[in-house]
Design a protein around this ligand. Structure first.
Ligand SMILES: O=C(CO)[C@@H](O)[C@H](O)COP(=O)(O)O
Length: 216
């Protein structure tokens, strides 16, 4: 069964603690998007939010940095209580160093690829990755449509993991619901991030369970 990490980008910002409590017993992690208004057009969250969220849940905090030069925020995020820090291949010329910095800061390291970025381009750093996040929409906004062509990349990552004994989890993010998750899971996805499908519903916990149910 797939693991689910609800994205709080679609949660009720004013009642964030209540939103998190609703999914706490059905979810496997919380996905927190950090956006700088440059790498992506929107602005969202930051280390201060991570620090505020840390004491209110025991769930792992999976931090997706959509920021230019993400190296700047590795230490502040680790100090704030991040468990996994994900950096975009496209956001730094030094992705290898960025992953090393995350490990040095005591966190698990994730590498992220946009829909227009190939698996081939991150081949040299796969041995360092604890997680590979395949964007199934172009990053920056919730509520977009899943791009089915990205399933080929998941398959490719899954094949490489088998062939070379890599240890990374494969995560998907964008347009995930209880239908789109099926082909992605079959191709080898371990963790599904879902925002609007979970939180734009009066019963977010049931939505999380329905994604899991779809991959049983
Ligand atoms: O990283 C992002 C958006 O760039 C996400 O984590 C969104 O929060 C996913 O939202 P949905 O597509 O599930 O509504």
């Amino acid at each position: 069964m797939i693991k689910v990490a609800p994205s709080i980008l679609s949660a009720d910002y004013v009642n964030l603690e209540a939103s998190i409590k609703k999914i706490e017993h059905s979810a496997d992690a919380i996905h927190i998007d950090i956006m700088d208004g440059q790498f992506v057009p929107s602005i969202a969250y930051g280390p201060g939010w991570v620090k505020a969220i840390r004491p209110i849940t025991n769930l792992k905090l999976d931090i997706h940095m959509m920021v230019e030069n993400p190296e700047r925020f590795v230490k502040p995020l680790a100090d704030a209580g991040a468990d996994i820090i994900d950096v975009h291949k496209e956001a730094t010329p030094h992705i290898h160093r960025a992953l090393q910095m995350i490990h040095k800061a005591g966190c698990k390291a994730g590498v992220v690829i946009n829909p227009g970025t190939s698996v081939e381009s991150i081949r040299p750093v796969l041995y360092l990755a604890d997680q590979v996040l395949v964007m199934t929409v172009n990053p920056g906004f919730g509520g977009q449509k899943f791009i089915p062509e990205m399933v080929n990349k998941i398959q490719e990552l899954s094949d490489l993991r088998k062939k070379y004994g890599y240890k990374y989890d494969i995560e998907i993010d964008g347009g995930v619901n209880n239908h789109t998750v099926k082909s992605a899971y079959k191709a080898g996805t371990d963790v599904a991030v879902a925002g609007s499908f979970v939180f734009d519903n009066p019963d977010p916990a049931a939505q999380v369970r329905s994604i899991k149910q779809a991959t049983k």
